[in-house]
Write a protein that binds this ligand. Sequence first.
Ligand code: BGC
Length: 869
Amino acid sequence: MALRSGENMQLTCEYLKEPLGVQNPKPRFAWRVNGEWENTVQVSYRVHVWRGEQEVWDSGEVFSNRSCAVEYDGLPLAGRQRYRWQVQVSLRRWSEPEPCARLQGESCFETGLLDAAAWQGSWIQMPCAQQGVSTLVRKTFTVADLPKLARIYISGLGYFEAYLNGKKIGSSVLDPGWTDYRKTVLYRCFDVTALLEKGENVLAVELGEGWYGHRHEGMKKLVNRYPAWLGTPRLLCKVALDDTCFSTGADGSWLCSAGAVRENSIYDGELYDARLEKAGWRDRGYRPQPQEWSPAVEAGAPAGRLVCQLMPSIEVVRELKPAYLAYTEDEDYKLVADFGENIAGWVQIRVKGSAGGSVTLRYGEVLNADGTVNQKNLRYARATDTYILGEQEAAVYHPRFTYHGFRYVQIEMTAGVMIEEVRAHCVHTAVKRASAFDCDNELLNKIYDAMLRTEQNNLHSVPTDCPQRDERLGWINDMTVRFEEGLYNFDMALFYEKWLNDLADAQDPDTGAIPDTAPYFFGDLPASHISSVLVLLPWFYYQFYGDLQPLRRHYEAMKKYVAFKASQRDGAGLIIDRFCGEWAPPMTQALLMRGVDALPANIPAPIITTGYLYYDYYIMEKAAGVLGLPEEAACFAAEKEQVKEAVNRAYLNREEGCYGTNVQACNIFPLFLDIVPPDQKERVLRNLLLNIVDENQYHTTTGNQMTKYLYELLNREGLDDIAYRLAGQTTYPSLGFMLENGATTIWERWENLTGNYMNSHDHPMLGAFTIWFLKALGGIRDESGLAVGGIELRPSVPEGLNRVTAAYETTRGTVRCSWKKEADRLLMTVQVPWNAEARVRVPDGYACAGGERTLLMGPGCCEVFLTRE
Ligand code: BGC
């Protein structure tokens, strides 16, 4: 059979098309087929990799349908090299055994700087850097002949922006990603071939404080310490022009000066004084004045290992015009812009006026009664940018070393200053969407949109809790329930891989304990014992991406963490302390006047903490299984049983058929974990339903953890009619209530609060359950073979909902499941991606003509009519 070369194939290495800076010794290859051969499945594959003319790997023909996370297994990869790779696949029609086509695709990847020595340079900094003032670094160099390949490897802490000959290198902002710089420092690798010119070239870099220089006084007040990695802005960079390289060093050729950014802080914002601009400093032909520029000095190297940042960078993803713009009534004459939705990012203004005039931008999520911006819930974050006009006629300004969470901005101008244009830039890690959802209940569609927005607003190289106040941290307890929502809605492979490394960096190597946040400087160590994301995420990663590398890499850390948690049990086998969850339940369920009224009043902590230990063992057992460690799996299974017994012994009330205080969370977790003895299960479930339906008229009383598990449980028990009524609720407490009260993103609290304490309006955790839309209504379930191509679709069709479309982008292509009620029948349309097959369960209450309860479908689109039973 002829081998066809392929425009029909999409190839990725390390989840990227032709990546630069690959540092993984076993990069992962993946491919997809589209176009003419989209409706086939793979019989076998063969991967070849070359460096120049030398073949460094030939996988041989592998008879397997694996088309993602195929690990390189050839000669050791060398640093800063270009590798060419090719995959050949043989394909067959799904219904026929014999191959029908052979396709071939080709791509390449480049390795990064594999160790510190490869940089051949040192970190540099400004001789006397001033806190908050940006550092400008400038270097000129001459190019006689334009190189074929030019690369720049660069890391500037806290944030850098780099320019070559006046043009910005790359489209990212707020680079590099945040890490614990004592453990890991990220660098970027850019292709700058097209930016070079013959003759003089100038590389210009501006450095801001970022998290590296985060000396924020709020931190002192809140946690009484600064981050342990704190330092002043510094730069490391290596330029490679074919085989000629130069790097940063205190050799006199790298010049530094102070920038026009006079204050910059992630929480507080930026102060930019255009009068202090050094016009043209990034361009060729600029002549630095010795009184303004001085040679860079060597800076200490941060202790962290240098790792190339492959995850999507933070970008200006969207621009918004104000939906409403008005002057406030008071005599100060302030302009307030409403962008119509809560976003993360900044405002860009076009402004005119004379030098020394200024514009102040105050950001906020809500308004005061008088129409001004309310910043109370930002706590110690000032979230204010100030622009002081220079000599130019007109200027365009937005900050670059900060970001804010806001829907409104209040613009204050000094006399004579005119604002010509106001725009909001949505700024976040530019992950690609992976899901789609639409149904005939507009409220559910709006909730889904609000969830997507909230998730995106909270991706800034770390999955943050909120984008606006003095936190913006990777809270591990929130992530324990939220990560799965991220996996469903966005392509998180590289982002989560990076954050798992942050988690591992945050682990105490001696005890195995992890802190409350990663990267860590806020919250406690050990974390609240509900922080199982370190165990859960590598497993779910495998479910979504078919990739075992993170699981393998973190298996020991997972084991250690679980052993630590187990060691925290008391004589009765229960974990009593540290417990901050079921955080932020409705205040009617909270311990009032304690902390921030977010601790649940009626839930014995060990049901949740010890319950999580059970969940950990359950996952560890599976993980050990797939890693080929059956003895370890057996140990985890035995431990799991003991934990189950301990919880049941202490909290199962056999007389009443309930756990603990019989509030929702107490019964949800044991049911979700499936640890309820079989003879009690029906009664516990009945008690839970009585609580939801009779006592709370279809409302949840749960907080950040159990809401999600409730929906999972209802789905598993065939109770999606109840889940649907809960999801569509519009009275307090519910997401519908938030939306009816003007929310465009999910709030941190079920209540509508605007005061001076914990009430972010952009907090993903309470919306984590919305994956029920995709999992239950769309039937697309992660644990059912998404990554291995044997997908099980199990849509539910609740009373009152007439139409659903749900889709998810698998590693093989899009899986889509739609259904529509028509008189007495149901029309189902299923799209199965290339190289997959789907087992579609006929929804309860419907039947198909042949009487089957499960339909098997190959790649392509298929329609089925089902009749009402
Ligand atoms: C964070 C929460 C987190 C909580 C735990 C808060 O400040 O924003 O999302 O779960 O602290 O203590």
